[in-house]
Design a protein around this ligand. Structure first.
Ligand SMILES: [Zn+2]
Length: 285
């Protein structure tokens, strides 16, 4: 019998390593089929890689990031890059959001059709994307969430996008997220070492500006065993990692506490699952 398939839908090259690197590496090692769809080329990303001249790299950043993505996916055993072909929209409120080629401005019907073609070609049993806030509010991440949920349903509907291949029903859909409490605990652990965290250290858990309440989480996957692969994949995205990168500056002994668990909200499942899961492939043959 064919092994189960896991597909992660991400906004930019590097997101696959940060939020789902562990579950992808773990699934691949267990013999599952894994794939990553990346909606944009990440061509608005900062160029902060050591020894990289931003003026020289900028015109070919899409090409550089594609090569980085290829190597990162290789580290995770997640197959070749599957790029949806949109342009990075930049951070919320910037002029890049107005670029008609940007993912934020994408025609929804067309974008869903492109992803439906990827879903029908790969036939994943599990599809993972971001929560409604796109994890941290980046327009491309919010758009990835919307497109992925629509495509997961449309892929099963034969009359929709007939040119995109025969229908395929994804059995389980998850939203990748973080519990606000874990973000706050991570921020406190870093602050105790005099290290900054991307969102400061809010007083109360409700004031953490991203993530969801603990009780909304329905899956926590311990990826400690695959942290090395996740880390290696992240480090392949050299153009995005400057000396002051948050990720690189988490001390090695805190890495497992900060990055060793990947959290999800189960959006829907056709198969019976435990109320709280430790494995996204649970319930699949
Ligand atoms: Zn991103």
């Amino acid at each position: 019998m064919r092994p189960p398939g896991l597909m992660a839908v991400h906004a930019h090259p590097d997101d696959e390593a940060i939020s789902t690197g562990g579950v992808l590496a773990a699934a691949a090692e267990r013999g599952a089929r894994t794939a990553v769809v990346t909606c944009t080329g990440g061509e608005r990303g900062e160029i902060v890689g050591e020894g990289m001249d931003p003026d020289e790299v900028r015109p070919r950043l899409a090409e550089v990031r594609r090569a980085e993505l290829e190597r990162a996916l290789d580290r995770l055993g997640a197959g070749p890059p599957r790029l949806l072909g949109y342009v990075d929209s930049g951070m919320m409120g910037t002029a890049d959001n107005d670029d008609p080629r940007s993912f934020w401005r994408a025609d929804v019907d067309e974008a869903v059709g492109r992803l439906v073609a990827e879903v029908r070609a790969f036939e994943p049993d599990v599809l993972v994307t971001y929560d409604a806030y796109g994890g941290y509010g980046h327009p491309d991440h919010i758009q990835a969430h919307r497109i992925a949920l629509l495509a997961a349903e449309a892929a099963a509907c034969a009359p929709l996008y007939p040119e995109a291949g025969p229908p395929w029903r994804v059995a389980k859909v998850y939203l990748s997220t973080l519990p606000k409490r874990a973000i706050l605990e991570g921020a406190r652990a870093l602050a105790a070492r005099g290290l900054p965290s991307p969102f400061g250290v809010p007083e109360r858990v409700e004031d953490v500006p991203m993530g969801v309440a603990d009780e909304e989480i329905t899956a926590a996957v311990d990826v400690g065993t695959w942290l090395e692969a996740k880390w290696a994949a992240l480090q392949e995205h050299r153009s995005q990692l400057g000396a002051d990168s948050f990720f690189l500056n988490v001390p090695a002994d805190l890495r497992e506490a900060v990055f060793g668990t990947e959290w999800f909200v189960r959006h829907r499942s056709d198969v019976a699952t435990a109320p709280f899961e430790r494995d996204l492939l649970e319930g699949l043959a």
